[in-house]
Design a protein. Structure first.
Length: 273
């Protein structure tokens, strides 16, 4: 555990980039060998748009990184935050608790809020318009949404008093889990039924990408499925019953044109069918 912490205390930017690229490469290969759905699409053409948004997400996180650093330093300086008042516990348990709680603020709460607040939903639409859900869909976020998610993580760091090494560990786990649970794969049913009690799996998260309500407003978790079970936002739908995309943006121009995706937040609101 100490070795992991030491690594993330001094993690270089190229290591973080390697984790992101390695995750995409791994799940991309698995998708090619045994895809869960046989999409009639050009995989590379589809990936290009999602890679553009991955690039903007990286840029936003790089530009705003000083906010995370300042938040972590501030809580350390004043011994502030929930993690500072917890009783002593083994290092592995302290790490788990910190990651678990960060996942609530940086993923579940941010995601839930974007679905419930109309202004934020406008930016989140871009993520849901993808009709060919695969591992590249994980970081298909409008730059505005990337800012929103980042600020929720900063909020979590301030409340929890999270050390910076834990923030880096959380972000690395978060990106890999997102690539995993968006991947066009399915786990063996027995393994799926065990893992999704604690972790977000592909079949668990795919329900969230069903184009019709109420399933679109469910299964918000990224790393831990626990939050959906606790707050009653878990829903089940068999993989064969899921239609990916968003019913308000069904046309190809809506979900496959970079220019349109960038201006969706500023277009007139569309009603669900």
């Amino acid at each position: 555990m100490e070795a992991i912490i030491e690594f993330f205390k001094h993690i270089e930017s190229y290591h973080r980039a390697g984790i992101l690229a390695g995750g995409i490469a791994l799940f991309w290969l698995i998708e090619n060998v045994k895809p869960a759905a046989n999409f009639a699409y050009k995989k590379w053409s589809h990936a290009v748009i999602n890679f553009v948004f991955t690039g903007t997400t990286i840029l936003v996180n790089f530009v705003l990184a000083f906010l995370l650093l300042e938040a972590a330093n501030l809580t350390h300086k004043y011994d502030f935050g929930l993690l500072h008042v917890l009783p002593e516990m083994p290092l592995w348990l302290y790490t788990f608790v910190g990651i678990f709680l960060l996942d609530f603020f940086g993923a579940y709460l941010a995601h839930f809020t974007q679905h419930k607040w109309a202004l934020l939903w406008r930016f989140h639409i871009i993520h849901h318009t993808d009709v060919y859900l695969d591992t590249t869909s994980a970081n298909r976020h409008h730059p505005g949404e990337s800012v929103i998610r980042f600020l929720f993580t900063v909020f979590g760091v301030l409340l929890l008093g999270t050390p910076m090494w834990m923030v880096f560990l959380y972000q690395s786990l978060s990106v890999v889990f997102s690539q995993f649970n968006h991947a066009n794969i399915s786990l063996p049913r027995k393994l799926e039924n065990v893992l999704n009690k604690l972790f977000v799996t592909p079949d668990f998260h795919k329900v969230h990408h069903h184009m019709y309500l109420p399933h679109t407003d469910s299964n918000y978790g990224n790393i831990f499925s626990t939050w959906d079970y606790v707050f009653g936002t878990y829903m089940h739908l068999a993989p064969g019953q899921i239609d990916f995309g968003l019913d308000t943006h069904p046309n190809e121009n809506d979900h496959s044109t970079l220019r349109n995706l960038l201006i969706i937040p500023f277009q007139k609101k569309r009603q669900t069918k």
